[in-house]
Design a protein. Structure first.
Length: 385
């Protein structure tokens, strides 16, 4: 376990203990003061090397900076307290003060002079909710106004997309990956989605062209960003999720073209070569400066499956990253809805039925249900997907 991970767990453990003691004895008890100080020290150590820490609850899972946690006794208790307070996310920002940690403990313990205390955000502690119901998109009127033909998405910046194709071609020729160019493409997507005012509509811009590897990567990026925005993810983590999606299949650039484009059934030997692309991609990204760690992890994990029955083989207690789960969902959906060299595209309804049956085995249950709600709203409201 890294020092950062240990400091985060120490922060949560001390915070939980302080909350429990404050509920019993009040905020002025010496034990509460000691635990508050320890909580403040632990989070301070973390924020020396990063601008923020994000804690998120998705159903019964606790996710720290995009990484699902294996729930033990104290993490499970902490998750349940957040759920009982209707807290979906907590962002802890650089510059946090002991007074703010004290106020957090007071709010979680419901200690106030006048009764129950409403927990409010401060300068360096931000609270939010995770809405898995695709809020604001429950009906056609909310989604597209009174006329379906009024949907007008700006084209994705053609220059940026052309640049991404050049980036992929350069990697094929064993040139250095230009990570800044990938960040530019993702930033372009995010800007377009935000300008629209309804980011999930950007899914209607999914493309189908003959340049499958390039197009698939951009489509998975669009789908990942839609999932992340529906969860309330923003800032650097949102950008990194987009970059990870753009680069998740980069390992396929190191697989022979004749295997990738083969129209007949792959032999066992050929399929085993295909199965090497997550490791090849992760290794290439790991050796490239400026690539976010999230992209390396996602490239490695995106074919693991929820129950770890996929590839590459990992230990049975392996904890997959949230972004890897999102990417597996986006990857499966777009791979089937796009025409390939060996088959026609599949209807969206058929794909979503397949995904429903894969919940809990191949695909993450909560994230997949959220994704299917997004798809349902869009397919009922437009004919663009």
């Amino acid at each position: 376990m890294s020092n950062d991970s240990q400091h985060i767990l120490d922060f949560i453990r001390h915070l939980l203990s302080a909350t429990a003691n404050a509920s019993l004895y009040g905020m002025e008890h010496p034990q509460v003061e000691r635990l508050t100080s320890q909580s403040f020290t632990s989070i301070g150590e973390i924020l020396k090397s990063r601008p923020e820490v994000t804690l998120m609850v998705v159903e019964n899972e606790l996710i720290i900076d995009g990484q699902p946690q294996e729930l033990g006794l104290f993490l499970d208790r902490f998750t349940q307290i957040l759920k009982s307070r209707d807290i979906g996310t907590i962002k802890l920002l650089y510059g946090i003060t002991k007074l703010e940690v004290n106020a957090l403990i007071r709010g979680l313990s419901n200690q106030s002079d006048g009764g129950t205390l409403a927990i409010a955000s401060s300068d360096h502690i931000r609270f939010g909710k995770v809405d898995l119901q695709v809020s604001g998109l429950s009906g056609d009127a909310d989604l597209i106004g009174s006329n379906k033909t009024s949907i007008t998405l700006p084209d994705m910046p053609r220059v940026e997309l052309a640049n991404f194709m050049e980036i992929y071609e350069a990697v094929k020729k064993k040139h250095k990956l230009q990570i800044n160019g990938v960040y530019d493409v993702v930033a372009g997507f995010i800007n377009v989605f935000r300008q629209e005012g309804k980011p999930l509509l950007a899914m209607a811009a999914l493309k189908e062209t003959d340049e499958y590897t390039f197009t698939h990567s951009t489509n998975v990026c669009v789908l990942n960003l839609a999932q992340a925005m529906a969860l309330g993810i923003e800032g650097q983590l949102l950008n990194d999720i987009g970059v990870a999606a753009m680069l998740h299949d980069i390992g396929k650039l190191f697989i022979p073209e004749e295997i990738l484009t083969k129209t007949e059934r792959l032999t066992d030997k050929e399929f085993n070569i295909i199965k090497q692309h997550p490791v090849k991609g992760a290794r290439h990204l790991l050796e490239t400066s400026g690539v976010p760690r999230l992209a390396v992890v996602t490239a490695y994990e995106h074919h693991l499956k929820f129950n770890l029955s996929g590839y590459p083989k990992v230990p049975t207690d392996w904890q997959q990253n949230l972004c890897s789960h999102m990417t597996a969902i986006s990857d499966f959906f777009d791979a089937l809805r796009t025409k390939r060299s060996y088959r026609k595209s599949i209807e969206v309804k058929q794909i979503t039925d397949m995904m429903q049956n894969m919940i809990g085995a191949d695909l993450h249950p909560t994230l997949t249900r959220n994704f299917l709600k997004i798809i349902l709203v869009l397919t009922e409201s437009t004919d663009r997907i």
